[in-house]
Design a protein around this ligand. Structure first.
Ligand SMILES: [Zn+2]
Length: 339
């Protein structure tokens, strides 16, 4: 069915771009979809994706409308298809950039979208979309390691801002490996802190590793900053703690921080009576990772984002930001202090 589509109906503000299933760019103008036909020194030429329909749109190399799209199409526009493609693309982008479960991304994006009933009717179900999105996620990440001895890709050795992130990578004991992550500002904060919490979690450790051990440096009264490391499997907790102390010592000398000393104290010598800070962070990990034993790359991705968050919090607290204490929490803390 041909539709009336003269030059007066062209609204270049409706011009947008989406990605095809093969990750090729597609141009969308007035609910018609165009694929790139050829590119010259000054122009990109886009042709309607419907086979046999020879309507062209021209854009500049920076994807600004330059002409075309005013001829009659041999078919009706398909706004539902455009909506479906946009929502699918959003889901795929989120799956590649976040550690959120694919099923949850699907539900959230469906809830957020303003798709019409017709578009929803042709939208694939979660089970139909899952395999493709999961494959894209697997393809975007390096191959999963089969043991604890693997080469860490460079993108995970540095922070999102490109600074040093992998602080220590060693095998103090044969067939065992310890990785230590954090940034230099967090190290400074750690050595400036009078109170340090340390706690481990087994359920969030990736395969081939035994435990994630987290050091919380309490600073700015309320804020804590985190460093994460995880020792390899087959270790008992007491040995893990010994290893961490040894690793700390190595790192201190490596980082020329040997003038700083940390006196390791038992919690019984401290006025802190609860480990709520540690448990709270475990809860945060549960919410963010949403699964036990995530794969290595998902975990490293999570750690990089946590580093970014900690850095942001540090800047905010340094500039005077503070957290209002909850009255109920303050009352409980007062009772604990009075014990
Ligand atoms: Zn067409």
């Amino acid at each position: 069915m041909a539709t009336t589509n003269n030059i007066s109906s062209i609204d270049i503000h409706n011009l947008s771009f989406i990605k095809s299933n093969k990750n090729e760019p597609l141009l969308v103008l007035n609910n018609y979809v165009y694929k790139r036909n050829k590119t010259t020194a000054k122009r990109k030429y886009w042709v309607c994706v419907i086979r046999g329909c020879q309507v062209y749109v021209h854009t500049t190399l920076s994807n600004e409308y330059a002409g075309g799209g005013t001829d009659l199409h041999s078919h009706a526009p398909n706004p539902e298809l455009v909506q479906v493609k946009k929502v699918r693309q959003k889901m795929k982008e989120r799956a590649l950039n976040e550690v959120t479960l694919i099923g949850m991304i699907y539900e959230e994006e469906i809830a957020k979208s303003s798709m019409t009933r017709s578009a929803l009717a042709i939208f694939p179900t979660n089970s139909e979309i899952y395999q493709g999105v999961a494959k894209a996620r697997r393809k975007a990440a390096p191959e999963l390691p089969q043991s604890c001895f693997f080469t860490i890709p460079d993108i995970y050795k540095s922070t999102i801002d490109g600074k040093r992130f992998l602080l220590y990578d060693g095998s103090p004991i044969r067939r065992e490996r310890i990785l230590l992550f954090g940034n230099d500002d967090q190290l400074d904060l750690l050595f400036d802190s009078h109170t340090v919490f340390m706690d481990g979690t087994f359920s969030k450790a990736p395969h081939n590793f035994c435990q994630i051990y987290i050091i919380h440096a309490v600073n700015f009264d309320i804020c804590k900053f985190d460093m994460c490391l995880w020792p390899i499997n087959d270790q008992k907790v007491d040995r893990v703690q010994t290893d961490i102390c040894r690793t700390e010592t190595n790192r201190i000398s490596t980082c020329d921080l040997s003038t700083n000393t940390i006196s390791w104290k038992n919690v019984s010598e401290s006025n802190v009576r609860t480990n709520n800070n540690c448990e709270g962070y475990h809860n945060r990990m549960n919410c963010r990772l949403q699964r036990n034993h995530p794969n290595m790359w998902l975990l490293l991705n999570f750690l990089q984002k946590e580093e970014k968050r900690a850095t942001s919090m540090m800047i905010q607290c340094t500039s005077g930001a503070s957290k209002k204490k909850d009255q109920r929490t303050a009352a409980i803390q007062n009772r604990i202090d009075a014990l």
